[in-house]
Design a protein around this ligand. Structure first.
Ligand SMILES: O=C(O)CCC(=O)C(=O)O
Length: 266
């Protein structure tokens, strides 16, 4: 799927781009089923306390469930990371090859938490010299306002990297600057259908509400850097793989089938 010049311009101006149907609904359902069935994923899921006691009344006790993976392995989530479908738009956005940094499964079940405003490059400034950093959220469930879809502050990517401070287990962007951004810019609720993807720049402010609905909001989030982005920390350079090759649909499907077999054969 090739992005149009307008889509690329939208990303660079506003800091985000929704690509509908990057994967089909059936493909998303299959990835979700594997995510739910793999006991290793369940075992690695942890809860983050993204709110401290001062955060909005009522939500401070709700934790955020996620699985963090810094490597590419022989499994479904890694196959999606390597897939041409996901990486070809990134290559267009950066005008460069891309390197995978990490991925997250955000398993936002009913009555689990969200995220306060932050920038992903706010977290990862120490590792990378330039903000040519992009995250891709692939929806596995419908993501709606009700179940805590991602919210972005349109154009906030143009502010540069803001100061971040600790709050619970999160780093949050300077609240005074976030308030200014919300005064001057539009907050966009990025609702997604399963299989659709949100590409968002490392410097865009984003957050999500806790899921207080009855509908889960599972998603995968992939963090990539442009291949030409200098890695500041040698220990990060050592671990970062080469630019992704861009797997064909057949290669991705074969990896998904291997993963399904591995789960069945346990
Ligand atoms: O899953 C979410 O709602 C937000 C995740 C997020 O903000 C992040 O991974 O940077």
């Amino acid at each position: 799927m090739l992005l149009t010049a307008d889509q690329i311009a939208h990303f660079h101006t506003h800091g985000y781009l929704i690509v509908e149907h990057l994967f089909t609904a059936d493909e998303a359902a299959r990835i979700r089923a594997i995510t739910a069935a793999d006991p290793d994923i369940a075992e690695r899921a942890k809860f983050n306390s993204n709110y401290d006691e001062n955060t909005r009344g009522g939500t401070s006790g709700i934790d955020t469930r996620l699985v963090y993976t810094p490597t590419l392995d022989d499994d479904t989530h890694s196959a999606v990371a390597r897939s041409q479908r996901l990486t070809a738009p990134l290559e267009q956005l950066f005008g460069d090859k891309v390197r995978h940094y990490y991925h997250l499964a955000t398993l936002k079940n009913p009555q689990t938490g969200g995220w306060q405003y932050h920038q992903d490059y706010g977290y990862h400034y120490k590792e990378f010299f330039r903000p040519s950093f992009c995250s891709v959220m692939l929806a596995l469930d419908p993501a709606t306002r009700d179940n805590g879809c991602l919210r972005v502050v349109r154009d906030s990517n143009q502010l540069g990297r803001l100061e971040h401070l600790s709050s619970g287990s999160q780093l949050i962007a300077d609240p005074q600057r976030v308030a200014l951004a919300l005064d001057e810019m539009d907050e966009v609720h990025c609702e997604l259908q399963p299989g659709s993807a949100l590409y968002f720049h490392g410097n865009i402010l984003h957050a999500s509400d806790p899921n207080l609905s009855e509908q889960s909001r599972w998603a995968l989030i992939y963090a990539f850097v442009a291949a030409g982005n200098t890695v500041v920390l040698p220990e990060v350079e050592e671990k970062l793989g080469p630019p992704t090759a861009g797997w064909s649909d057949e290669e991705v499907l074969a990896a998904i089938e291997r993963h399904e077999r591995a789960i069945r054969d346990r």
